[in-house]
Design a protein around this ligand. Structure first.
Ligand code: HEM
Length: 492
């Protein structure tokens, strides 16, 4: 059969692991120049076939159940961390039911209750964290600084636990839970995706932490049986049952809670960090974001009144800032599936000049990278520039030089806002698409939105050093060091 072109590598088995691991975006761009949108590279003995572009996104996220499996691609990483019987440790139809249970807990009613809780967490953090002493200083022009990743990681776990995870998790964070979380997180690495059970101390700690954390949630469930339900996920899950009538077991609930904690933590904290770095780098945009707050929330005495969830959803600049940050820094740069039945790649996906129908054999992995289609210069004007205003400018999404017709099919491409939506063919997919699409998007926008505007309401920020580069060695790309933001208290 016609296999896709194989990327040259010197060391068998190891393959292109170094280039992919160091900078997947650069690696894929180089490979595309030479081979087009579809090619295979070796990653520790695995054959990874990359499908780039909006059509590549569709090929992977729109893959049929009979042909591709997400669980076979991810379970080695996720099951030791989340625990058994949930997410990728169950057949796809069970995952779909579990996603429905979680959606039930992500209700607008709950979200309305969360806004004030998140805002209060951020204000408390500014009022107590050592890095924000200059904010509390009585001197008016005092500048301080904070490590943006460290602070946002703390704020993300504080706010997620105060809301979704529940009161008990929030109050344990100062104690045992933080240590357990760190040990569990130590098992959430790129190495674990490839080699889940090396006899490492970190894996031993991961397994112990998984057990202890699972027991922690089960204990809370038992204690809660007598008390009233709260607006959190634990309460929501406790009411859910599968279609055949079986309720979720306490252990499954516990494992879903761990999965949600892990799914939201690095994705949101990285996004919030990048957004704040861009705002510090572009004080004009930060000022415009503050002005948006003044426009919508000024009260007669000149102060800003608290935000409500319904208003939060209608703030165009805040929305564009989050959207644009996710365009340049999507936390999940590679979406993977294992091929369970030979697949054919249509020639049009590769490029019009290479009209060959490649075959991807069963056992290979396929991979799409929205991170690349989200910076494709044929789609995005000044594609590498962080420009939140592009989202309110029809010219900003489709470049002036962009193609309006698809090379391969000759069909007209609609790059209007319609296509930048949820479809599997969209070039913009920070939350994925298709059956595995993220269900945490609304919660993430809520959490990010409240954190960002609360910071901007209270602080003026600037970047003294250069804009940080991206560190790809973590599972989710993070700003590299130094990532220090200077701030002072915003003048009243
Ligand atoms: C799936 C991104 C926050 C829960 C996904 C996928 C992406 C993604 C790209 C699809 C993965 C694939 O197709 O292989 C993000 C980003 C977030 C975020 C960028 C924040 C900025 C959250 C939060 C939660 C969450 C807060 C939970 C409350 C999930 C779940 C799935 C998922 C349950 C489904 C997995 C599946 O069906 O296979 N997310 N996520 N995510 N995410 Fe998120």
């Amino acid at each position: 059969p016609n296999l896709p072109p194989l990327i040259f590598h010197w060391i068998p088995v190891f393959g292109s692991a170094l280039q992919y691991g160091t900078d997947p975006i650069q690696f894929f761009s180089k490979c595309r120049e030479k081979h087009g949108n579809v090619f295979t590279f070796i990653l520790f003995g695995r054959r990874m076939t990359v499908a780039l572009g909006a059509k590549g996104n569709h090929f992977v996220t729109g893959g049929k159940l009979a042909e591709v499996s997400a669980e076979a691609a991810y379970t080695d990483l996720t099951t030791p961390v989340f625990g058994k019987d949930v997410v990728f440790d169950v057949p796809n139809h069970v995952l779909m039911e579990q996603k429905r249970f979680v959606k039930f807990g992500l209700s607008v009613e709950n979200f309305r209750a969360y806004v004030g809780l998140i805002e209060k967490e951020v204000r408390d953090y500014l009022a107590t964290d050592p890095s924000f002493s200059a904010y509390r200083s009585t001197k008016r022009e005092e500048w301080g600084s904070f490590d943006v990743l460290k602070s946002l990681q703390e704020l993300t776990i504080f706010t997620a636990s105060r809301t979704l995870q529940g009161e008990e998790v929030r109050s344990s964070l100062n104690k045992s839970f933080a240590g357990l979380y760190n040990d569990l997180d130590g098992g959430f690495t790129p190495l674990n995706l490839l080699f889940p059970n090396l006899p490492l101390p970190s894996n031993r700690r991961r397994d112990q932490a998984q057990k202890a954390m699972s027991e922690f949630y089960i204990r809370i469930l038992a204690e809660r049986k007598s008390t009233n339900a709260s607006h959190d996920m634990l309460s929501a899950l406790a009411t859910q049952s599968y279609k055949d009538g079986t309720p979720l077991t306490d252990q499954q609930i516990a494992h879903i809670m761990i999965a949600l904690l892990m799914a939201g933590q690095h994705t949101s904290s990285a996004t919030a960090s990048w957004a704040l770095l861009h705002l510090a780098h572009r004080p004009d945009v930060a000022q415009a974001l503050f002005d948006e707050q003044t426009k919508y929330f000024s009260s007669p005495d000149g102060s800003l009144r608290p935000i409500t969830y319904d208003e939060l959803r209608e703030l165009p600049l805040l929305d564009s800032i989050i959207r644009e940050t996710l365009r340049l820094h999507p936390p999940i740069h590679s979406i993977m599936r294992k091929v369970v039945k030979n697949m054919t790649v249509p020639g049009s996906l590769t490029s019009p000049s290479r009209d060959i129908n490649y075959v991807i054999p069963k056992g290979d992995f396929i991979l799409s990278s929205p991170a690349l289609s989200q910076i494709d210069p044929t789609i995005w004007k000044d594609s590498l520039t962080w420009d939140p205003y592009r989202w309110s400018d029809p010219e900003g999404v489709a470049s002036q030089a962009s193609k309006s017709y698809d090379d391969a099919t000759g069909e007209k491409i609609d790059y209007g806002f319609g296509i930048i939506s949820k479809g599997t063919e969209s070039p913009y997919q920070p939350f994925g698409a298709g059956r595995h699409r993220c269900i945490g998007e609304q919660f993430a926008y809520l959490q990010l939105g409240v954190i960002l505007v609360t910071m901007v309401r209270h602080l003026e920020m600037k970047l003294d050093g250069p804009f940080p580069s991206t560190n790809f060695h973590t599972l989710i790309p993070m700003p590299g060091s130094p990532r220090v933001i200077s701030y002072k208290r915003r003048a009243p």
